[in-house]
Design a protein around this ligand. Sequence first.
Ligand code: HMG
Ligand code: MG
Length: 305
Amino acid sequence: MNANREVTIVEVGPRDGLQNEANLIDTAVKMQWIQQLKKAGFKEMELTSFVSPKWVPQMKDASEIVQICQSNDSRDLVLVPNEKGVNRALEEGCTHLAFFVGVSNGFNEKNINKTTAESMSALSPLIRSLKASGIYIRACISTAFYCPYEGKIHSDDVLRLCEQFVSLGVDDLSVADTIGMANPEEVYHLFSKLHTNFQKDTLLTAHFHDTRGMAVANVYAALQAGITRFDSSAGGLGGCPFAPGATGNVATEDIVFMLQSMGIQTNIDLPILYEALDYISPYLSRPIQSKTYQLYKLGTKQKSI
Ligand code: HMG
Ligand code: MG
């Protein structure tokens, strides 16, 4: 068993979790939720994304969100798809940017209207200059296992795209099973290769969606491959509007529970996280379905009987 006794959870609920939510959530509600999540202990969080509001209306309040929610004691990340997104983020004083590119052209074209190569040509000079100005850069690598339009992805293609980002000096590579189709063996193999190739150059993060119920097992498989950083969304919310069939991210509370029960530190306070879920739940179009949250609700009811 991997001997690492501490992992970092990057909370992506306010961005990945909400971007596909059918109800338009009030900005003030999002802000309150982010503050509650921070209270639960998250030191890294994707707050929002500076994408086109025509493409993702839920993220149209990105500027207001960062004006209120950015703080110096946490790594507050915002997604940016292009130069316009970068400029909007920099105007608000953001210092931690996340770019996102799909390994497959099919997904990348649907998501950002460019082939993967076109994205890299446009983003490379931007990233170089941002790094020269001391900006923290995360690269989110989508469709690292399967693409909803092209099927299975070859690991060599993932390694090649990661290599390009690493050569630009990015600080973190977040590698994603966008449509939740990878199994733990595939996860172990790819993350072992990523760990061997890039661990010395950059942080490495695993990002799982739970479409087929394999995401918690995939966290364990990636942990065995040496990965100690995981993206997850409180409540298991989320999904990409441009990846048909992609449901929510792995639920933060489910992996925190698993890791803590194995004696692995996450520095997340589960009861405070549950309170944050109690807060956001009435605003959502669907009930929160994570296993540990449902058990918590059952326990609350039993206590009140
Ligand atoms: P486009 O239509 O090709 O853009 O979209 P364009 O450059 O032709 O510009 C068209 C209009 O959009 C112009 O306005 C621009 O100013 C405006 P108009 O002249 O028509 O009034 N525009 C913008 N407005 C605000 N912010 C911007 C911006 N850029 C252009 N940044 C674009 C290209 C990239 C903008 C669009 O495709 C887009 O916004 N895509 C974002 C899609 C998205 O947010 N997907 C979800 C995030 S990725 C994800 O979830 C995966 C991840 O979780 C990992 C995983 O699980 O795989 C990270
Ligand atoms: Mg995602």
